[in-house]
Design a protein around this ligand. Sequence first.
Ligand code: TEU
Ligand code: CA
Length: 618
Amino acid sequence: MRYYPPVKNLLACAAAIIVSVSFSLASAQSPVSSLTAKPAAHRAVSLINGYQPVWWKEAVVYQVYPRSFQDSNGDGIGDLNGITRHLDYLQKLGINVIWLSPHYDSPNADNGYDIRDYRKVMREFGTMADFDRMLAAIKARHMRLIIDLVVNHTSDEHHWFAESRSSGNNPYRDYYFWRDGNPNPADPSHPLPPNNYPSFFSGSAWQFDPATKQFYLHLFAVKQPDLNWDNPKVREDVFSLMRFWLDKGVDGFRMDVIPLISKQPGLPDLTAEQLKDPSRLWANGPRRDEYLQQMNREVLSKYDVMTVGEAIGITLPEETNIINSERHELNLVFNFDAVRLNRGDGYTERPWKLTDLKAIYDNHARVLNKTDWDTVFLSNHDNPRLVSNLGDDSTPDYRVRSAKLLETMLLTLRGTPFLYQGDELGMTNYPFTQLDQFNDIEVKNAYKAKVLTGKMSEAQFIAESHRFGRDNSRTPMQWNAAANAGFTTPAAKPWLAVNPNYTSINAAQEMADPNSVYHYTQRAIALHHAHMAFVYGDYQDLDPTNTQVFAYTRTLTVPGKPAQHFLVVLNFGEKPAEYALPEGVKAGKLLLGSVPGTTEASTATLHLAAWDARIYTY
Ligand code: TEU
Ligand code: CA
């Protein structure tokens, strides 16, 4: 009997093992992604290396930022029909779950993270019929779709907020946080904010509303008022809109800033120390787990879904409360340790060493239990381009190699990998030189707060925003070398400028080049799917103190079968390295190498070129 056939239906297979009969494993031949929907509680499965096998643990996820993926109608804005057009591309790449950034009706103060109507599709993105067609086309390819759930806040144009702000005794008043201001001795007609909370997007987190002469709380933009989850009616309304999309057939949610839904009781002032904390640990309150458990009980447990929470403002040990499967909250969280490794406060750079990165994954392996599951997340729409951030985009050759190295890491570390659109092409940061090239509210607000107040020079501000600004990863997908990179029609004006390097970095060219980042990523994804050791295998860092080479093994042992051993070696930097493997580990058969022409195999000493990445089995 085959215990873990590559890219096969593990659940059906495991179930077959349990009943231990010799019926045909035909049911195990379908891909993982075609599992029939069944609530987790009803599954009878045997564990693999102590882990309960589930489709979302085996998935490779790809994030689509719809505004920047593909414009189908020449208005310069990406849309749902544009996504549908490229589903074959995504299928060929090998991913099996799409995470769609917000597609709901929104005035776009924060590109859709400010929702006006949760049951409508954003007009610029298309219609509900377009959504349904896209979803059906995704399912027809045996892929799945998770959508963004942004429910810490709404748009100020949501009808709940319109009602809420209209009077102090409106039934929706308590859907948001309204507070009296503090007296302002210097100017009694302009009260001061109720407390000293800063907004994530600069300035105070409180906005005075003249209609009722109170302030409302907005941890993000002024146009993103925070919902009051302490009000049970808010929770019911959110659960209801979740059911609306689940009943349509979506396969789960990525949950925006989910730890923030519970606030500190009484909203006390932050201490000086809390105010300085760049990870904002003050921002999540004591009822978070209670609310997530209620959401699980009343909604999530009734569907076969994947849920991933954006774990902003919480520590790794705290995160395990959310992802521990016995606590029935969410499946996964995004942990920011790696992606913010090189970041100080705001957009400032913090020097980092490879050993810091290793320590993160080592720590995850130690802190997370068999009942938990990790994500591997190195980039998204809020962070710089992967290759520009952690690799080297200074020469074409290093760009390609370091992009491949980072994709290798993403697809072989322990946890469900999340790829961000364009990283499979090695797309880079944009060469920003001036403020008017940015669209992002985070940058615009920071400019007002920092440069216009004289706290920072214009030049330094542009340099920092170029390094870490969110628009770096939001420039349009580079599909081909035609004008506007094939993102929109040549005559249109894209909502955000295309990176000028599109003539040399684009999908068409990379699909024609067997040595491209695209083909390499495709092969790395195929390896991830083919060998369950990359999913359920143990992780062992071979050399935690080595400052240049990151070498680790993934090992899967299943009773009665030979163990599967994989070795991943990553040379982080341009300096070549001779690397002697420790006792007991071999570079056996070479499965994948980032440098074309590499043949080195069956050896205990490796000769690594600049940004060399290799995957071996032994
Ligand atoms: O992001 C929250 C978050 O992590 C950001 O505040 C991030 O720390 C910052 O932008 C980094 O510079 C989520 C969404 O992913 C983001 O796009 C939204 O703007 C934000 O929530 C508000 O919904
Ligand atoms: Ca469009």
